[in-house]
Design a protein around this ligand. Structure first.
Ligand SMILES: Cc1ncc(C[n+]2csc(CCOP(=O)(O)OP(=O)(O)O)c2C)c(N)n1
Ligand SMILES: [Mg+2]
Length: 739
């Protein structure tokens, strides 16, 4: 290490030639600033480790060893202009973009004033809206698909700038609360560790970015370990660069990420490739992990001293300090002064953060849903328009649920340029020229519900996605974060599970975990249910209670065409993520057909419908059980004079407790009927609430009728035995009425 004692300012002046020297385009001042960020980053880690040992904070995750690549990315990209999906080791990047150490300590103590989550998330889970650092979670890799969607969002607004301004409509929809900004040459940054490149979502994201030539920089920070698993056990052949090298449209860089100057050069080339519209870039940065994975890990259990010492030789902070001294950019005094300033700043920041107030316990339910638009409110309560009477005076034929879902999508797409539809097979025809030359009619979904929409709105707004459900939901989430309204389709409920991580741990929780910093009101349309005669295990399942169990997600399940139209419109115009379940058997059923209710017809969420009024027994149901229960109720009334009050919930979260309670208080008997498997299902919640809140009104036990606790079988005899049939409902109603 150099030992010169000259004043740093004098040293600079004395060396005029060196003063103007650039280092891969970086000035000496930028390098000093880079070192300040790197040193600060390391010292924030050290302070947090101390605070954790003193039990003043509750978790610590270090960015140590990753400072070089982080600061380089921060120099190559622009905060508040580009977009950032970092991971937990990106402390130096965040500092370079403008996050303050104080903000980081506020997160550590879980303060109400923590700008990233208000005490809801662990430290190193970055979220800073004004800098465009998008809220980050803990599942490894779940940010990557969202970064792709974010880049798609920016590109969409660049190509369709008329979609961006908030319309001056009399009806307030989600757009009033989405301030859209975009830049024609913006870039989206996303980072991950070497181990995380094993996640399927990483490959789905790489594929989508390459297909769409999106301006995304993927930065793999390869420290050689995923907790205790070394890279050669994680990545076939030991090099992620080699594995991804075949992706088209990419620019590839592999760099020593402990060297900020080389890293900057690599990043600069990567970013330029993206800004110029040539496609995505991949930066593979070799870094070190000088501290254990986290404070809960002791790397000495799986890494010998010699290996750890070898790594220490490449420590980016000491390397950069030596570089500054060697180049005469700072002398030892200058380094000492800089470090002293940083220490003072950190001490003041820690002192302040330790005094910060914790969040109030009563704030816990804030921002589970939009605070601005309540989809259960009366503003969504509109009347259907009177149907046009045909010239011959005959009553117009009722529209099927399939018809009215398509019509609603078309109406809303005409009204709102931010609506994007994608999924598997939803386009009319991906090979546009076939459509243009009228060689084909177009498909528009396996159930044809999106037929004609690509034709009318073009391939930017209606397109086929690769066959990857996590990618459909993850990309939609990123787009919605930018202010778009993706209305995506999952082809069959049975195949929603690859998207479960995105739905459960991202889509539903983004608003809450970022303390309302970000939101992503996506609509996911899903074809669900059985009674298909031959649908079997993988085309017939229900499972809605898995999703009603998720805070932050609205779940809708209409039984007829008018409700489907009204509820879908509410889903699209509201500001929350919605799972819109469409029963396949009801798509074209003669039950529940209705006239077109008009382009503004809406039904508030959480308002049940009394399908059949009665006084003797309440049946609570939804979906395809509604027509079956109605049949049973009519038979019971005909044969026994028992008057059943049949309630169609229509919306499962929120659900209409008031209508249920009022009815059961009147009838004193309740049956919950649903198509999903019986145990641990939707009916369990309703039954528990009835027992809890209406115990003294009940004259009989609360009963449930549901599918048997098996999967739906192919042979129709088996399917009939498994799913609840009108006769099962009839017998249960009769027994309950006689109790
Ligand atoms: C989906 C998921 N699985 C497991 C974990 C637990 N976990 C957290 S970090 C980690 C290792 C990540 O290694 P790598 O991607 O190389 O990043 P590094 O920590 O080395 O920077 C694991 C297994 C998680 N957070 N998410
Ligand atoms: Mg790693």
């Amino acid at each position: 290490m150099a030992t010169t004692k000259t004043d740093p300012k004098l040293a600079l002046a004395a060396n005029g030639a060196k003063k103007s020297k650039l280092y891969e385009g970086l000035t000496r001042e930028q390098l000093i600033q880079a070192y300040r960020v790197m040193y600060t980053s390391r010292r924030v880690d050290d302070r947090e480790i101390l605070l954790k040992r003193q039990q003043k904070i509750y978790f610590q995750m270090s960015g140590a060893g990753h400072e070089g690549i982080g600061v380089a990315a921060g120099l190559a990209l622009k905060p508040g202009y580009d977009w950032f999906y970092p991971y937990y080791r990106d402390r130096a990047l965040c500092l370079a973009l403008g996050v303050k150490p104080y903000d980081m300590f506020l997160q550590g103590v879980g303060a109400a004033s923590d700008p990233s989550s208000g005490g809801r998330q662990m430290p190193s889970h970055w979220s800073y809206p004004s800098l465009h650092i998008v809220t980050q979670s803990s599942p490894t890799g779940s940010q990557i698909l969202q970064a792709v969607g974010c880049a798609e969002g920016g590109r969409y607004f660049s190509r369709h700038p008329k979609a961006a301004p908030v319309p001056s409509s009399t009806f307030v929809d989600y757009r009033q609360f989405k301030n859209v900004t975009f830049q024609g040459d913006e870039v989206t940054y996303v980072s991950l560790g070497d181990g995380t490149s094993s996640e399927g979502e990483f490959w789905e994201a790489m594929n989508a970015a390459a297909l769409e030539k999106l301006p995304v920089v993927f930065c793999v920070q390869d420290n050689g370990y995923a907790i205790s698993v070394p890279v050669e056990v994680q990545t076939a052949g030991g090099s992620i660069s080699r594995l991804v090298s075949g992706f088209p449209n990419f620019h590839f860089e592999e760099v020593d990420g402990t060297d900020p100057v080389a890293s900057y050069a690599a990043f600069d080339r990567a970013v330029r490739h993206c800004r110029e519209g040539n496609g995505p870039a991949f930066v593979h940065a070799h870094v070190i992990r000088p501290y254990s994975h986290s404070l809960s890990d002791d790397e000495r259990l799986y890494r010998p001293d010699a290996e750890r010492e070898r790594d220490a030789q490449r420590d980016p902070v000491t390397r950069t300090q030596m570089f500054l001294l060697r180049e005469g950019i700072l002398d030892e005094k200058g380094i000492n002064q800089l470090e002293k300033e940083v220490e003072a700043e950190l001490q003041a920041a820690v002192d302040l953060a330790l005094e910060a107030l914790p969040p109030a316990p009563e704030s816990i339910t804030k921002f589970v849903y939009s605070p601005d638009i309540d989809p259960a409110s009366s503003m969504f309560d509109t009347q259907p328009v009177a149907p046009e009477v045909p010239a011959d005076g005959k009553k117009p034929a009722g529209k099927t649920m399939a018809d009215l879902i398509t019509t609603t999508l078309r109406d809303e797409m005409r009204r709102d340029d931010r609506i994007i539809i994608f999924g598997e097979d939803v386009a009319d025809c991906s090979r546009e020229e076939y459509l243009k030359r009228k060689l084909v009619k177009g498909k528009g979904g396996v159930f044809k519900l999106t037929f004609g929409l690509q034709n009318e709105f073009g391939p930017d707004r209606v397109f086929n996605a690769p066959l990857a459900e996590a990618a459909i939901v993850g990309r939609a989430t990123g787009m919605a974060t930018r202010g778009l309204k993706p209305v995506v389709e999952i082809q069959f409920f049975d195949y929603i599970w690859p998207a479960m991580m995105q739905i459960r741990d991202e889509l539903s929780v983004i608003r809450w975990r970022s303390n309302n910093g970000f939101s992503c009101p996506v609509v996911i349309r899903v074809a669900i249910g059985g009674y298909l005669t031959g649908g079997a295990i993988y085309h017939s399942q229900c499972g809605e209670s898995v999703f009603t169990h998720i805070p932050g997600l609205r779940v809708v399940f209409p039984s007829n065409s008018q409700d489907a139209a009204g509820l879908l419109r509410t889903a699209i115009r509201c500001d929350d993520p919605v799972l819109f379940l469409e029963h396949k058997r009801l798509y074209r059923e003669s039950f529940g057909r209705a006239a077109y209710p008009g382009p503004d017809y809406m039904i508030p969420f959480g308002k049940a419908k009394i399908v059949h009024p009665g006084t003797d027994l309440t049946v609570i149901t939804y979906g395809a059980v509604v027509p079956r229960a109605l049949q049973a109720a009519q038979k019971l009334e005909r044969e026994q004079g028992v008057k059943v009050e049949l309630i169609d919930l229509r919306c499962l979260n929120p659900f209409d407790w008031d209508t249920i309670a009022t009815s059961v208080a009147k009838t004193n008997r309740a049956l919950v009927a649903y198509e999903d498997t019986l145990s641990w299902g939707y009916g369990a919640e309703i039954a528990a609430r009835l027992a809890d809140q209406l115990f003294d009104k009940l004259d009989a036990p609360v009963r449930r009728v549901a599918a048997k606790d098996v999967f739906v079988a192919y042979q129709p005899i088996l399917e009939d035995a498994i799913l609840p049939q009108p006769n099962d409902l009839f017998l249960a109603m009769k027994e309950l009425a006689e109790y």
